[in-house]
Ligand binder design. Structure first.
Ligand SMILES: [Zn+2]
Ligand SMILES: [Zn+2]
Length: 127
């Protein structure tokens, strides 16, 4: 018998409403590149390992508390001494900036390409 978990129910309701990612326990389909993404068992999967696109659904990592649901466009790679590789994102819909940790099975060529050709015109202005 499965016990119902109110938090899981809430997440399922929210993600069915999303037009871009279909997300469930078995991973999700990336609508940006059509890649079927298996669940990442060690940590919460928050972006597509092939094209690196993500969805603006979190306020804090994994909480799915953001109603924006815009596409998070990967705009650059940063090396963080504590967290490792960080993917920098810009939300296509609301214009917010977001960082995600790169996952171990991310496509390394895509990461290298983004690292060599960051979309600096989308970076937040510092001054
Ligand atoms: Zn993708
Ligand atoms: Zn957004």
């Amino acid at each position: 018998m499965r016990l119902s978990n109110p938090k899981l129910t809430r997440i399922e309701n929210r993600t069915t409403m999303s037009k871009t990612f279909v997300k469930n326990d078995a991973g999700f389909v990336c609508v940006h590149c059509g890649c079927v993404v298996p669940p990442l068992l060690t940590t919460s999967r928050d972006h597509c390992p092939r094209c690196l696109y993500s969805l603006h659904v979190d306020i804090n990592p994994g909480d799915r508390a953001n109603d924006c649901h815009g596409e998070l466009v990967p705009i650059g790679i940063e090396q963080n001494s504590k967290k490792g590789l960080i993917i920098k994102y810009h939300c296509d819909l609301c214009g917010a900036y977001h960082n995600n940790k790169a996952a171990p099975d991310d496509d390394y060529d895509t990461i290298l390409e983004l690292s060599a050709n960051p979309l600096t015109y989308l970076y937040p202005r510092k001054h």
